[in-house]
Design a protein. Structure first.
Length: 272
């Protein structure tokens, strides 16, 4: 190499350096980390929001469902509550949608190919060299290398983990607050469902007692069948409220644990 002109020696050294640099970057892009799979699994937990939306809609439909069983006084009260439920419906939906969009975005950030810049780096080709007579000098060669360095920082497992750690850390507090809001709403829906159950089944108890005569035997049978059906409906709704609340709590715990784990892991990588 000593017999080569200085400009050629610089070009060969630069080419060797850039080849090693690109190889290291490409290896980093393909390094798998278990945390990414955990984040993707967390994002898949957005299904619980479908259950929440269904239960929220059931709550909104309370008046229409209970109306045939209401006394005039109960009807006036429930009509007012119905207006309040429907007025709040859009904002309730937005709360759940915000959580869903956040989780979906986390899933995309944790996708195995999200930070893959191999094609861009490979497309850059080999190192370039200076051609002073044609306008390409050492400054341009240096700029070329620095620009590829910046591109490499956009990709790779380390960059992906750093970004996820930041998003999880900064998103944990607002996510926990929104999950708490959804939990409070589910508790309200559950209580409202209990009130509806008591009104409907209470009325059926009274009507069945009065209809339990030979002349109204068929009516009593139909009322008892309805009573059994309604009892099961309210039991299942209560179980769905409980399950949805548990799933939201689990989602919050998993997010907090991942945020802490990724932040700790990122700090270790940074200290290396």
């Amino acid at each position: 190499m000593s017999t080569l002109p200085a400009c050629h020696r610089r070009a060969l050294c630069l080419k060797l350096y850039l080849s090693l640099f690109l190889a290291a970057v490409l290896c980093g892009c393909t390094t798998a980390r278990p945390e990414l799979a955990q984040v993707r699994a967390l994002a898949a937990g957005a299904d619980v929001l479908t259950a929440f939306n269904e239960l929220a809609q059931r709550h909104v439909d309370t008046y229409q469902r209970a109306r045939p069983y209401l006394s005039p006084a109960e009807d006036a009260r429930e009509r007012l509550l119905d207006a309040q439920r429907r007025a709040a419906q859009a904002d309730v939906a937005r709360l759940a949608q915000a959580v869903r969009l956040y989780l979906q975005a986390l899933g995309r950030l944790a996708d195995a190919d999200a930070y893959d810049v191999q094609s861009e780096l490979a497309g850059a080709g080999a190192a370039i060299r200076a051609w002073p007579g044609s306008g390409i000098d050492d400054r341009h060669v240096s700029a070329y290398t620095l620009l590829l360095q910046q591109l490499s920082r956009l990709g790779g497992a380390a960059s992906q983990q750093a970004h996820l750690a930041q998003v999880l850390h900064e998103g944990d507090a607002p996510l926990q607050a929104l999950l708490a809001a959804l939990d409070s709403l589910l508790a309200l829906y559950d209580k409202s469902g209990d009130n509806e159950r008591d009104m409907v089944l209470g009325l059926l108890d009274v009507e069945i007692a009065y209809a339990d005569t030979p002349q109204q035997r068929l009516l009593a049978v139909l009322a008892k069948n309805m009573q059994q059906s309604k009892t099961e409906e309210y039991r299942l709704a209560g179980l769905r409220h409980t399950l949805a609340r548990r799933q939201l709590a689990a989602l919050g715990r998993e997010h907090a644990q991942l945020a802490a784990a990724l932040t700790t892991t990122e700090a270790r990588w940074t200290d290396r």
